[in-house]
Design a protein around this ligand. Structure first.
Ligand SMILES: Nc1ncnc2c1ncn2[C@@H]1O[C@H](COP(=O)(O)OP(=O)(O)OP(=O)(O)O)[C@@H](O)[C@H]1O
Ligand SMILES: [Mg+2]
Length: 433
């Protein structure tokens, strides 16, 4: 969306609550708005409305209100880009916001030293098979795939707009906002004419925060030494297969064991022992969350040499013992009917089109290439699951692209649609991707 449009969307509430949060939350607890924060605004000042998903909408709007009354987003210390924890008005973290312009290749990435490192050493970091600066779409796209396939492992993620003093802005943006605020204070009649008083809203991905989870790495190391109860281990295997399905379809290039989380409580019991004694034999539950999906949906297959040299193997899970087990009946029943249906696959492409086209840098040809890679991945995955292969065998299959043959690149679907399948020729041993 064009910057100009962003300007129009952001209308600040009349009593300029945004201005009060300039003190980085110093008003927290003694601000009159905290007693009645709903008067700050009804709905969203940035147009964050999701009529089909009121629960998500309510959480995002709660985050907006919390920022307005001083609960500033907190910048994550990890990673190479702007990743902010959004709180509600009780200081509880409710979401993870990643603004587009603070991504690794965004203009306002706050972690510029790490960014420079990437720039100066592209052979180690570069992923030029990805569309640059569209990580937020990849995050939301992964959530879309997760939802369509009912995998339930990606915390819901959508594109939203937020603004906060904590985000990284140019000095010009900050001083413009300050000047307008001063004018508003001294000459309210003039100030009222401004379209916007606060800092510009940033577009980015908003992912729901999941509680009680730890990096998968932490638990996997523990599971090396202690055996899980059989039903828990089976559940973990099924969830792991869902992660494989997701990553393979979206062609995730960044699934280290720090980019998925596990929740496991060894002493938990699902029932109340006083009511029903048999509940004591219930085994502890386990869940996983696939986070950090911003480096997926490449428009060409990453070079094989990187994978061969283990420099940038995108599927770190391929080394786990779970990856040697053939795909289960559970995953077959869950995903095979959809994935083998060309209409379902095209619906998925259409939904991703609706999402990706909102970016101002959207390019139809590049998008079609992204979908060709995705269709090829789905073709391989479907075959591997049908043949009861294991995830390790899946990642060893030759990569395929499935191009849509069209006259022009119209999105309208026709019965006579044809597709061309091509096996990627071996990549040169050394290239810059
Ligand atoms: N949805 C979530 N729920 C709970 N914790 C999360 C969630 N998303 C991220 N986190 C926590 O925040 C940390 C950083 O998040 P994430 O991996 O998404 O960003 P990053 O590594 O900073 O980004 P990048 O790798 O793109 O530079 C994670 O390791 C995890 O501990
Ligand atoms: Mg990460």
């Amino acid at each position: 969306m064009a910057d100009k449009e962003l300007d129009k969307i952001q209308i600040v509430a009349k009593d300029d609550i945004t201005g009060r949060s300039d003190s980085y939350g110093s008003l927290r607890g003694n601000n009159a708005d905290l007693q009645n924060p709903d008067r700050v605004t009804c709905g969203s000042v940035y147009g964050n409305t999701f009529p089909k998903d009121p629960e998500f909408e309510q959480i995002v709007q709660e985050g907006e209100k919390a920022i307005m009354v001083g609960f500033s987003p907190v910048l994550s210390s990890k990673g190479t880009s702007g990743c902010y924890f959004i709180q509600d008005r009780t200081s509880k973290t409710i979401g993870v916001f990643k603004p587009k312009d603070e991504e690794p290749y965004g203009q306002l990435n706050p972690k510029w030293t790490k960014w420079m490192h990437k720039l100066c050493c592209p052979c180690c970091f570069g992923r030029s098979c990805l569309v640059p600066n569209q990580g937020y779409l990849s995050e939301a796209g992964a959530s879309l795939v997760d939802e369509k396939l009912q995998l339930h492992i990606v915390p819901k993620t959508k594109v939203v707009k937020l603004s906060s003093e904590t985000f990284n802005y140019t000095a010009i943006d900050r001083s413009k906002s300050q000047i307008k605020k001063n004018i508003m204070n001294k000459m309210p009649s003039v100030g009222k004419k401004f379209h916007r008083l606060g800092l510009p809203a940033k577009t980015g991905s908003f992912q729901l925060f999941v509680e009680g989870y730890k990096d998968a790495d932490y638990w996997l190391r523990k599971f090396d030494h202690e055996d899980l109860p059989i039903s828990t281990a089976t559940r973990l295997q099924h969830l792991f297969e869902r992660l494989v399905v997701l990553d393979y379809i979206i062609r995730n290039t960044d699934r280290g064991n720090d980019n998925w989380l596990i929740k496991y409580d060894p002493v938990s019991s699902r029932g109340n022992s006083e009511d029903c004694e048999w509940s004591l034999v219930d085994n502890p539950d386990i869940s996983i969350a696939a986070i950090d999906n911003g480096l997926a949906f490449p428009y060409k297959h990453p070079d094989e040499w990187r994978a061969l040299l283990h420099i940038k193997n995108p599927y770190h899970w391929a080394w786990l013992p779970q990856a040697k087990v053939p795909f289960s009946q559970e995953i077959k029943d869950l995903v095979l009917p959809q994935l083998s249906d060309m209409n379902f696959v095209q619906d998925l492409c259409d939904d991703l089109y609706e999402l990706f086209k909102t970016d101002k840098g959207f390019d139809k040809v590049t998008f079609e290439r992204q979908m060709s890679v995705m269709r090829g991945q789905i073709l391989n995955l479907t075959q591997a699951i049908k043949d009861s292969k294991s995830p390790v065998q899946l990642v060893q299959m030759p990569v395929v692209t499935v191009e849509r043959n069209k006259t022009g690149l119209s999105r309208r679907r026709t019965d006579s649609e044809t597709f061309t399948q091509s096996f990627a020729h071996r990549a040169p041993f050394f290239s810059w991707c």
